[in-house]
Design a protein around this ligand. Structure first.
Ligand code: TXA
Ligand code: MG
Length: 318
C-alpha cells in the first residue's frame, strides 16, 4: 500500500491503475493521462464532478511540448523562474490530451511539481500524469502519505511515500488563454512573486468561486471539515459556545482561554511559509477533536497569507 520503490510505482501506473504521489504542494491522485479509463477511475474514486478538469504533471516543458502543449511568452517567463514549483499554467489543449482530462474544455492545466522523487518518476514515464489532489471531493487536501492512506487506501493501488509536503497548499493557477494572464486560484506561489516576474498587477477578481461559476473547480465546499468552521475571534462566538467547546486555528498567538490541546498556532515565530505548510494537517486534526466549532483567525492578507485566508473562507462555508 505505502510504496517506496520507483519501479513499483511505475509498474502500477503503466498498468492503468491509480497511485497517489507526493508533490511539494499536496499529494496527488495520479494516473496515465493518455489512458481514458484510468482517468475515469480518478473521477469515480474521488467522487469528483465530471465537469471539473484535472492538472497534467510532467518533469519538463520539453516533454509537454512533445505532446503538443506550448506555453505563450508570458507563461514561459514564469516557468523559467518558478518551475519546477507550485504554479499551474492553463494553456490551449492539444489533441493528444483526452477530453476526459480537461472535462471537455479547450484548455489544459499543466504543472511541473518540485519534488525530487516524483520528478524522477515522471522522468521514467512516457506519458504525463493527470492528478487532482488525493482526497475525496469536498474534503481537505492531504499533505502526508498517511492522510491519503487513511481516506483512500482501500480504493487505490498505492501511495508513494514522499514525506510531508513542503508547501502544504495547492499550486497557484494562472490562465494564459486570454490576452492578459488571469489568476484562477491562489496557492503556494504568492501573487507578489508572480507579479514581480510579469511586471503587471494580476486581477484578483477572476479567482474561481461560486460567484464565478464559469470556472470549474473551486466551488465553496471544497475545503470543508465536518465540524462547523467560522472565521473571527473566539470572543465573537462566546455567546453560543464555551471556550472549552472551541478549537482555534491562528497564525502566531494562542488564545488565553481555549485549552491549549485544542489550539493550532501555525507559526509562533510568525512565518507564513511555515503556517501554510501546517494548515491542512491542523484542519484535519481540529476536525477530530470533541469540539462544537472551529474558530479560525484571519492571517495577514499578503504573500501566502492570502492563499491561507482563501482556504479558510472556503472551509467556513460548511
Ligand atoms: O498543487 C496542486 O495543484 C495539486 C497537486 C496534486 O498538483 N493538484 C490539485 O488538483 O490541486 P485539483 O484537481 O484538486 O485542483 C485543480 C484545479 C481545479 O480547481 C480545476 O478546476 C482547475 O484546477 N483546472 C484544471 N484544469 C483547468 C482548466 N483547463 N481551466 C481552468 N481550471 C482548471
Ligand atoms: Mg483538490
Amino acid at each position: 500500500m505505502i510504496i517506496t520503490e520507483l519501479t513499483v510505482a511505475k509498474g502500477i501506473l503503466d498498468q492503468g491503475k491509480l497511485l497517489a504521489i507526493p508533490t511539494e504542494t499536496v499529494y496527488g491522485l495520479a494516473a496515465n493521462a493518455f489512458d481514458g479509463s484510468a482517468i475515469a477511475q480518478i473521477y469515480a474514486v474521488k467522487n469528483r464532478p465530471q465537469f471539473n478538469p484535472l492538472i497534467l504533471h510532467s518533469n519538463s516543458l520539453e516533454r509537454f511540448q512533445s505532446w503538443g502543449i506550448h506555453l505563450p511568452k508570458e507563461a514561459l517567463k514564469l516557468a523559467q523562474t518558478y518551475s519546477p514549483g507550485p504554479i499551474t499554467f492553463v494553456v490551449p489543449k492539444s489533441n493528444r490530451i483526452p477530453d476526459i482530462v480537461t472535462a471537455g474544455h479547450s484548455t489544459v492545466a499543466i504543472r511541473i511539481p518540485n519534488h525530487e522523487l516524483t520528478l524522477a518518476l515522471l522522468q521514467m514515464l512516457n506519458y504525463p500524469l493527470a492528478a487532482p489532489s488525493a482526497n475525496l471531493s469536498g474534503t481537505v487536501s492531504p499533505t502526508t502519505a498517511q492522510h491519503v492512506a487513511q481516506q483512500l487506501g482501500h480504493l487505490i493501488e498505492g501511495v508513494l511515500e514522499g514525506g510531508p509536503c513542503q508547501i502544504g497548499l495547492e499550486s497557484t493557477i494562472v490562465s494564459f488563454v486570454n490576452e492578459k494572464p488571469q489568476l484562477l486560484r491562489l496557492g503556494g506561489l504568492s501573487v507578489e512573486a508572480i507579479e514581480s516576474v510579469l511586471g503587471l498587477n494580476l486581477n484578483l477578481n477572476a479567482i474561481i468561486n461560486n460567484e464565478n461559476p464559469q470556472a470549474p473547480g473551486m466551488l465553496s465546499k471544497h475545503y470543508a471539515p465536518a465540524i462547523k468552521l467560522r472565521i473571527g475571534k473566539p470572543q465573537d462566538f462566546s455567546n453560543a459556545y464555551s471556550f472549552a467547546e472551541m478549537a482555534y486555528i491562528a497564525f502566531n498567538e494562542p488564545h488565553p482561554q481555549i485549552p491549549l490541546s485544542q489550539q493550532f498556532i501555525l507559526s509562533p515565530k510568525g512565518n507564513l511559509v511555515e503556517a501554510a505548510q501546517k494548515l491542512f494537517a491542523a484542519l484535519k486534526q481540529a476536525d477530530q477533536l470533541p469540539v462544537k466549532i472551529i474558530v479560525a483567525a484571519l492571517f495577514p492578507n499578503e504573500h501566502l497569507g492570502r492563499a491561507i485566508n482563501d482556504r479558510l473562507s472556503r472551509a467556513a462555508r460548511n
